[in-house]
Design a protein around this ligand. Sequence first.
Ligand SMILES: [Fe+2]
Length: 291
Amino acid sequence: MAKPKQRWACGTITDRVHELRVSYPKSGSRFRFLALTDLHWDSAHCDRAFLKKHLDYALEENAPVVIVGDLFDIMQGRFDPRADPKTLRPEHRGSNYFDLISATALEWFKPYASILCLITPGNHEASIIKRNEIDLIDRLTHSLRTQHKSPVIYGEDWCFLLQKNERTTGKADVRTKKIFLHHGYGGGGESGRGIPQHQATRSQWHADVYISGHIHRRNTDHNVVTSCSGKGNIETTDQWFVRCGSYKQELDCGWHISRGAAARPLGGWWITTEMSRSNSHTDYNTFPEQP
Ligand SMILES: [Fe+2]
């Protein structure tokens, strides 16, 4: 079956602000992008079949993919105290570990070059830059852009993605949803499950949708903010906090078990926007869905 026509384009406005322009041909049109975090792609514990299944769904419908930190695991360098031979994949054994990761990642991700939209770093990539002065996301995104014509952008550790929803029939209308991207912070313990960090993030950055990961839990938190317009009208705005799960299967992961953690939900989220239009009004409703 032929792939649907691409309805989106991405670009950079400033270092920390990017845009995703989307067209909506008629009332009821839907658009979605795939939000992922914590692939830990090079770990032997990464469930690559599950990851491939989700990326293939996105490829089939020409949907953009946004990856918010820890695409790489990269803990198996010779001088890394976290190294564990059980998580080192055979193709990454060699004296040039970072080069091997870099080359194999490009081969694995190149079928998705056309849909990779924005990749930001997580604590795993930041740690390697600090310890080894090598930036693997920079290498990957640069190679995807220059060798495979990918639109992919390398974003900062926190940044905004402005989803500019444009109605392409009738009266011109562009409505922007502000999406805040940050890999995440905090421990994500059993009782809080990352929810206290949602509140801290909300009080410091203002957005419609917040995407994070980091604690390898998967949940959403729907908030409605009530305000009053300058004309005296009461208005409500939806806010979604979307926490993506990992793609690393940690049931047999020694470090994970040693800190009292068991298996966790895997997978990211689709972030869907539906346009509905009447004579006087156009609404863009954004919400998360299962991938
Ligand atoms: Fe992670």
